[in-house]
Ligand binder design. Structure first.
Ligand SMILES: C[S@@+](CC[C@H](N)C(=O)[O-])C[C@H]1O[C@@H](n2cnc3c(N)ncnc32)[C@H](O)[C@@H]1O
Length: 332
Protein backbone atom coordinates (compact mmCIF):
# COMPACT_ATOMS: atom_id res chain seq x y z
CA UNK A 1 0.00 0.00 0.00
CA UNK A 2 1.10 3.60 -0.63
CA UNK A 3 2.97 4.69 2.49
CA UNK A 4 2.07 8.34 3.13
CA UNK A 5 3.65 8.41 6.57
CA UNK A 6 7.13 7.72 5.17
CA UNK A 7 7.04 11.00 3.21
CA UNK A 8 5.43 12.86 6.12
CA UNK A 9 8.07 11.61 8.53
CA UNK A 10 10.81 12.63 6.16
CA UNK A 11 9.35 16.10 5.60
CA UNK A 12 9.04 16.61 9.36
CA UNK A 13 12.55 15.44 10.15
CA UNK A 14 14.48 17.27 7.38
CA UNK A 15 14.69 21.03 6.96
CA UNK A 16 13.05 22.66 3.95
CA UNK A 17 16.41 24.19 3.05
CA UNK A 18 18.00 20.75 2.79
CA UNK A 19 15.11 19.37 0.76
CA UNK A 20 15.34 22.34 -1.59
CA UNK A 21 19.05 21.68 -2.10
CA UNK A 22 18.21 18.25 -3.53
CA UNK A 23 14.75 19.14 -4.90
CA UNK A 24 13.10 16.64 -2.56
CA UNK A 25 9.40 17.21 -3.15
CA UNK A 26 6.92 14.40 -3.37
CA UNK A 27 4.01 14.00 -5.79
CA UNK A 28 0.50 13.41 -4.41
CA UNK A 29 -0.84 9.89 -4.33
CA UNK A 30 -3.41 10.40 -7.13
CA UNK A 31 -0.73 11.61 -9.54
CA UNK A 32 1.65 8.75 -8.66
CA UNK A 33 -1.19 6.27 -9.32
CA UNK A 34 -1.93 7.70 -12.74
CA UNK A 35 1.69 7.72 -13.80
CA UNK A 36 2.14 4.12 -12.61
CA UNK A 37 -0.99 3.15 -14.50
CA UNK A 38 0.57 4.37 -17.75
CA UNK A 39 3.60 2.11 -17.23
CA UNK A 40 1.44 -0.83 -16.18
CA UNK A 41 -0.36 -0.58 -19.53
CA UNK A 42 2.74 -2.27 -20.99
CA UNK A 43 1.82 -5.87 -20.25
CA UNK A 44 5.39 -6.99 -20.97
CA UNK A 45 6.89 -4.79 -18.26
CA UNK A 46 9.52 -6.67 -16.25
CA UNK A 47 12.17 -4.01 -15.67
CA UNK A 48 11.54 -0.55 -14.22
CA UNK A 49 13.84 2.39 -13.58
CA UNK A 50 13.19 5.20 -11.09
CA UNK A 51 16.02 7.67 -11.89
CA UNK A 52 15.42 10.11 -8.97
CA UNK A 53 14.35 7.57 -6.38
CA UNK A 54 13.92 9.68 -3.25
CA UNK A 55 11.57 7.67 -1.06
CA UNK A 56 10.36 5.55 -3.98
CA UNK A 57 6.74 6.75 -4.11
CA UNK A 58 6.28 5.46 -7.68
CA UNK A 59 8.03 2.16 -7.10
CA UNK A 60 5.76 1.39 -4.15
CA UNK A 61 2.73 2.10 -6.31
CA UNK A 62 3.98 -0.19 -9.10
CA UNK A 63 4.77 -2.99 -6.65
CA UNK A 64 1.19 -2.99 -5.37
CA UNK A 65 0.03 -3.97 -8.86
CA UNK A 66 2.86 -6.04 -10.26
CA UNK A 67 4.87 -8.66 -8.40
CA UNK A 68 6.98 -10.12 -11.17
CA UNK A 69 9.26 -7.13 -11.65
CA UNK A 70 12.77 -5.76 -11.04
CA UNK A 71 13.16 -2.09 -10.12
CA UNK A 72 16.36 -0.07 -10.22
CA UNK A 73 16.57 3.29 -8.48
CA UNK A 74 19.23 6.02 -8.61
CA UNK A 75 19.66 8.57 -5.84
CA UNK A 76 22.37 11.15 -5.26
CA UNK A 77 21.70 12.16 -1.66
CA UNK A 78 23.17 9.78 0.94
CA UNK A 79 20.64 10.85 3.54
CA UNK A 80 17.41 10.02 1.71
CA UNK A 81 19.17 7.01 0.17
CA UNK A 82 19.75 5.47 3.60
CA UNK A 83 16.11 6.09 4.60
CA UNK A 84 14.96 4.21 1.48
CA UNK A 85 17.62 1.54 1.81
CA UNK A 86 16.35 0.75 5.32
CA UNK A 87 12.75 0.79 4.19
CA UNK A 88 13.29 -1.59 1.26
CA UNK A 89 15.88 -3.62 3.15
CA UNK A 90 14.37 -7.05 2.51
CA UNK A 91 12.89 -6.34 -0.86
CA UNK A 92 14.80 -8.35 -3.48
CA UNK A 93 12.93 -6.64 -6.29
CA UNK A 94 14.47 -3.22 -5.65
CA UNK A 95 18.08 -2.40 -6.42
CA UNK A 96 19.07 1.04 -5.09
CA UNK A 97 22.22 2.74 -6.33
CA UNK A 98 23.82 5.81 -4.76
CA UNK A 99 25.01 7.50 -7.95
CA UNK A 100 24.27 10.46 -10.19
CA UNK A 101 21.77 9.21 -12.77
CA UNK A 102 23.02 11.60 -15.44
CA UNK A 103 26.48 10.03 -15.66
CA UNK A 104 25.57 6.39 -15.16
CA UNK A 105 23.62 3.48 -16.60
CA UNK A 106 23.66 4.70 -20.21
CA UNK A 107 23.95 1.18 -21.64
CA UNK A 108 20.85 -0.24 -19.93
CA UNK A 109 17.28 -0.20 -21.24
CA UNK A 110 13.99 -0.62 -19.37
CA UNK A 111 10.36 -1.56 -20.00
CA UNK A 112 9.16 1.26 -17.75
CA UNK A 113 10.74 4.50 -16.46
CA UNK A 114 8.95 6.69 -13.95
CA UNK A 115 10.27 9.88 -12.45
CA UNK A 116 9.77 13.12 -10.57
CA UNK A 117 13.17 14.60 -11.45
CA UNK A 118 15.02 17.41 -9.62
CA UNK A 119 14.09 20.87 -10.90
CA UNK A 120 17.38 22.73 -11.01
CA UNK A 121 18.05 25.74 -13.17
CA UNK A 122 21.27 25.82 -15.15
CA UNK A 123 23.23 27.71 -12.47
CA UNK A 124 22.38 25.17 -9.73
CA UNK A 125 24.02 22.14 -11.33
CA UNK A 126 27.08 21.31 -13.35
CA UNK A 127 25.26 22.28 -16.55
CA UNK A 128 28.26 22.45 -18.88
CA UNK A 129 29.39 18.88 -18.31
CA UNK A 130 25.93 17.31 -18.10
CA UNK A 131 24.71 19.04 -21.26
CA UNK A 132 27.88 17.95 -23.06
CA UNK A 133 27.31 14.37 -21.89
CA UNK A 134 23.72 14.38 -23.20
CA UNK A 135 24.64 16.06 -26.50
CA UNK A 136 27.32 13.48 -27.18
CA UNK A 137 25.26 10.46 -26.17
CA UNK A 138 22.05 11.54 -27.91
CA UNK A 139 23.62 13.31 -30.85
CA UNK A 140 21.58 16.48 -30.34
CA UNK A 141 22.12 20.17 -29.59
CA UNK A 142 20.86 21.77 -26.38
CA UNK A 143 20.61 25.28 -24.99
CA UNK A 144 23.05 26.12 -22.15
CA UNK A 145 20.13 27.36 -19.99
CA UNK A 146 18.38 23.97 -20.07
CA UNK A 147 16.83 22.93 -16.77
CA UNK A 148 18.06 19.59 -15.40
CA UNK A 149 14.61 17.96 -15.38
CA UNK A 150 14.43 17.95 -19.18
CA UNK A 151 17.87 16.31 -19.37
CA UNK A 152 16.60 13.51 -17.12
CA UNK A 153 13.62 13.15 -19.47
CA UNK A 154 15.70 12.93 -22.65
CA UNK A 155 18.07 10.37 -21.13
CA UNK A 156 15.17 8.21 -19.95
CA UNK A 157 13.52 8.20 -23.37
CA UNK A 158 16.80 6.95 -24.80
CA UNK A 159 16.72 4.11 -22.25
CA UNK A 160 13.30 2.72 -23.21
CA UNK A 161 13.11 -0.83 -24.49
CA UNK A 162 10.84 -1.59 -27.44
CA UNK A 163 7.24 -1.07 -26.23
CA UNK A 164 8.66 0.53 -23.09
CA UNK A 165 6.78 3.43 -21.51
CA UNK A 166 7.88 6.41 -19.45
CA UNK A 167 5.95 8.80 -17.23
CA UNK A 168 7.56 12.02 -15.98
CA UNK A 169 6.12 14.80 -13.87
CA UNK A 170 7.91 18.08 -14.56
CA UNK A 171 7.27 21.83 -14.45
CA UNK A 172 5.47 23.07 -17.57
CA UNK A 173 8.10 25.76 -18.14
CA UNK A 174 10.03 23.99 -20.91
CA UNK A 175 6.91 23.78 -23.11
CA UNK A 176 6.93 27.56 -23.48
CA UNK A 177 10.50 28.68 -22.89
CA UNK A 178 13.43 29.36 -25.17
CA UNK A 179 15.61 26.54 -23.87
CA UNK A 180 12.67 24.17 -24.33
CA UNK A 181 12.72 24.53 -28.13
CA UNK A 182 15.61 22.11 -28.60
CA UNK A 183 14.17 19.72 -25.99
CA UNK A 184 10.83 19.66 -27.85
CA UNK A 185 12.67 19.20 -31.13
CA UNK A 186 14.38 16.11 -29.73
CA UNK A 187 11.11 14.77 -28.28
CA UNK A 188 9.51 15.04 -31.71
CA UNK A 189 12.52 13.43 -33.38
CA UNK A 190 12.33 10.35 -31.13
CA UNK A 191 8.59 9.96 -31.93
CA UNK A 192 8.03 8.66 -28.41
CA UNK A 193 5.84 11.51 -27.14
CA UNK A 194 2.22 10.38 -26.65
CA UNK A 195 0.47 12.68 -24.20
CA UNK A 196 1.11 15.91 -22.31
CA UNK A 197 -1.23 16.50 -19.39
CA UNK A 198 -0.96 20.01 -18.07
CA UNK A 199 -2.03 20.09 -14.43
CA UNK A 200 -3.05 23.61 -13.51
CA UNK A 201 -4.68 23.21 -10.12
CA UNK A 202 -6.09 26.13 -8.20
CA UNK A 203 -4.86 24.68 -4.91
CA UNK A 204 -1.28 23.63 -4.21
CA UNK A 205 -1.08 19.86 -4.45
CA UNK A 206 2.65 19.41 -4.82
CA UNK A 207 3.99 19.55 -1.27
CA UNK A 208 4.97 23.26 -1.30
CA UNK A 209 6.97 23.09 -4.55
CA UNK A 210 4.59 24.15 -7.33
CA UNK A 211 1.00 24.40 -8.47
CA UNK A 212 1.42 23.76 -12.17
CA UNK A 213 3.10 20.75 -13.67
CA UNK A 214 3.01 18.57 -16.72
CA UNK A 215 2.80 14.82 -16.86
CA UNK A 216 4.71 13.67 -19.92
CA UNK A 217 3.75 10.21 -21.16
CA UNK A 218 6.00 8.57 -23.73
CA UNK A 219 6.08 5.14 -25.36
CA UNK A 220 8.55 3.42 -27.62
CA UNK A 221 5.85 1.64 -29.63
CA UNK A 222 4.48 1.93 -33.14
CA UNK A 223 1.50 4.23 -32.32
CA UNK A 224 3.74 7.17 -33.00
CA UNK A 225 1.82 9.43 -35.36
CA UNK A 226 -0.22 11.49 -32.87
CA UNK A 227 0.28 13.47 -29.68
CA UNK A 228 -2.50 14.47 -27.29
CA UNK A 229 -2.75 17.43 -24.92
CA UNK A 230 -5.08 17.66 -21.94
CA UNK A 231 -5.46 20.51 -19.50
CA UNK A 232 -6.82 19.69 -16.04
CA UNK A 233 -7.89 22.09 -13.31
CA UNK A 234 -9.11 19.98 -10.37
CA UNK A 235 -8.23 16.72 -8.66
CA UNK A 236 -11.54 15.30 -9.95
CA UNK A 237 -10.32 15.76 -13.54
CA UNK A 238 -7.67 13.12 -12.86
CA UNK A 239 -10.36 10.49 -13.47
CA UNK A 240 -10.48 11.72 -17.06
CA UNK A 241 -6.75 10.97 -17.39
CA UNK A 242 -7.21 7.46 -16.01
CA UNK A 243 -9.84 6.85 -18.71
CA UNK A 244 -7.55 8.20 -21.42
CA UNK A 245 -4.73 5.92 -20.28
CA UNK A 246 -6.93 2.84 -20.15
CA UNK A 247 -8.13 3.20 -23.75
CA UNK A 248 -4.63 3.76 -25.24
CA UNK A 249 -3.73 3.28 -28.12
CA UNK A 250 -7.22 4.56 -28.92
CA UNK A 251 -7.41 8.34 -28.55
CA UNK A 252 -9.90 10.17 -26.41
CA UNK A 253 -12.13 12.75 -28.07
CA UNK A 254 -11.88 14.86 -24.88
CA UNK A 255 -8.22 15.73 -25.52
CA UNK A 256 -6.71 17.88 -28.22
CA UNK A 257 -4.96 15.64 -30.73
CA UNK A 258 -2.23 16.68 -33.19
CA UNK A 259 -0.18 14.82 -35.74
CA UNK A 260 3.36 14.63 -34.40
CA UNK A 261 4.69 16.05 -37.69
CA UNK A 262 2.43 19.06 -37.24
CA UNK A 263 3.99 20.11 -33.88
CA UNK A 264 6.33 23.08 -34.11
CA UNK A 265 9.13 23.01 -31.50
CA UNK A 266 9.90 26.70 -32.06
CA UNK A 267 6.54 28.00 -30.82
CA UNK A 268 5.07 28.04 -27.30
CA UNK A 269 3.12 24.81 -26.89
CA UNK A 270 0.58 26.68 -24.75
CA UNK A 271 -1.39 27.12 -27.92
CA UNK A 272 -1.81 23.36 -28.25
CA UNK A 273 -3.45 22.98 -24.84
CA UNK A 274 -4.88 26.37 -23.87
CA UNK A 275 -7.50 28.54 -25.47
CA UNK A 276 -5.66 31.51 -26.98
CA UNK A 277 -7.13 34.90 -26.08
CA UNK A 278 -5.15 36.60 -28.82
CA UNK A 279 -7.45 35.02 -31.44
CA UNK A 280 -10.23 37.32 -30.16
CA UNK A 281 -8.23 40.46 -31.06
CA UNK A 282 -7.89 41.53 -34.67
CA UNK A 283 -5.20 44.21 -34.66
CA UNK A 284 -2.38 42.74 -32.58
CA UNK A 285 1.20 43.24 -33.71
CA UNK A 286 4.36 41.69 -32.26
CA UNK A 287 5.81 43.54 -29.23
CA UNK A 288 9.15 43.57 -31.08
CA UNK A 289 7.68 46.17 -33.48
CA UNK A 290 8.03 48.71 -30.68
CA UNK A 291 10.70 47.56 -28.25
CA UNK A 292 13.51 45.16 -27.67
CA UNK A 293 13.68 43.12 -24.47
CA UNK A 294 16.92 41.57 -23.33
CA UNK A 295 17.56 39.55 -20.23
CA UNK A 296 20.19 40.67 -17.69
CA UNK A 297 22.88 38.43 -16.28
CA UNK A 298 21.37 35.61 -14.21
CA UNK A 299 23.70 34.40 -11.51
CA UNK A 300 21.13 32.67 -9.29
CA UNK A 301 22.21 34.57 -6.15
CA UNK A 302 18.63 35.55 -5.41
CA UNK A 303 19.13 35.61 -1.65
CA UNK A 304 21.79 38.29 -2.02
CA UNK A 305 19.65 40.45 -4.28
CA UNK A 306 16.32 39.96 -2.56
CA UNK A 307 15.46 42.63 -0.03
CA UNK A 308 12.41 42.73 2.18
CA UNK A 309 11.56 46.16 3.53
CA UNK A 310 13.21 45.46 6.88
CA UNK A 311 16.51 44.44 5.30
CA UNK A 312 16.37 47.35 2.92
CA UNK A 313 15.76 49.86 5.72
CA UNK A 314 18.56 48.39 7.78
CA UNK A 315 21.35 48.72 5.30
CA UNK A 316 20.35 51.17 2.69
CA UNK A 317 19.33 54.76 2.37
CA UNK A 318 16.34 55.70 0.22
CA UNK A 319 18.25 56.13 -3.01
CA UNK A 320 20.04 52.81 -2.80
CA UNK A 321 16.77 50.99 -1.97
CA UNK A 322 15.68 51.98 -5.42
CA UNK A 323 18.91 50.62 -6.91
CA UNK A 324 18.55 47.38 -4.98
CA UNK A 325 14.96 46.86 -6.11
CA UNK A 326 15.96 47.65 -9.66
CA UNK A 327 18.81 45.13 -9.49
CA UNK A 328 16.45 42.51 -8.14
CA UNK A 329 14.04 43.02 -11.02
CA UNK A 330 16.96 42.60 -13.41
CA UNK A 331 17.84 39.29 -11.77
CA UNK A 332 14.42 37.68 -12.12
C1 LIG B 1 11.72 15.39 -6.69
S1 LIG B 1 12.58 14.17 -5.78
C2 LIG B 1 11.83 12.69 -6.24
C3 LIG B 1 11.02 12.08 -5.18
C4 LIG B 1 10.61 10.68 -5.52
N1 LIG B 1 9.71 10.62 -6.66
C5 LIG B 1 9.95 10.00 -4.34
O1 LIG B 1 8.99 9.33 -4.55
O2 LIG B 1 10.42 10.14 -3.23
C6 LIG B 1 14.08 14.14 -6.64
C7 LIG B 1 15.12 13.19 -6.02
O3 LIG B 1 16.22 13.07 -6.94
C8 LIG B 1 17.44 13.10 -6.21
N2 LIG B 1 18.45 13.57 -7.16
C9 LIG B 1 18.81 14.86 -7.45
N3 LIG B 1 19.76 14.87 -8.41
C10 LIG B 1 19.97 13.57 -8.77
C11 LIG B 1 20.84 12.95 -9.71
N4 LIG B 1 21.63 13.67 -10.50
N5 LIG B 1 20.80 11.59 -9.80
C12 LIG B 1 19.97 10.86 -9.01
N6 LIG B 1 19.14 11.41 -8.09
C13 LIG B 1 19.14 12.74 -7.96
C14 LIG B 1 17.16 14.03 -5.05
O4 LIG B 1 18.02 13.81 -3.96
C15 LIG B 1 15.70 13.67 -4.72
O5 LIG B 1 15.62 12.67 -3.74
Amino acid sequence: MFDISMEDNYIQSISLEYRKKYAQFFPPKQIAKIMAKWLLGNKQMYSVLEPAFGLGVFSKEILTHKKNIKIKGFEIDENIFSVSKNHFNNNQKINLILQDYMYNDWANKYDGIICNPPYFKFHDYDNKNIIKEIEEKLNCRLNGFTNLYTLFLLKSIHQLNKNGRSAYIVPSEFLNSDYGKLVKKHLIKTRTLRHIIVVDFEENVFDDAMTTASIILCANDSNNDKVQFTNIKTVNDLKQIEDIISIYPKRSAQSKTYLIDELDPKIKWKQYYQEQNSIKYKHLVPFSNYAKVSRGIANGANEFFTFNLEKAKKILNKRSVFIAVYMQVCQC
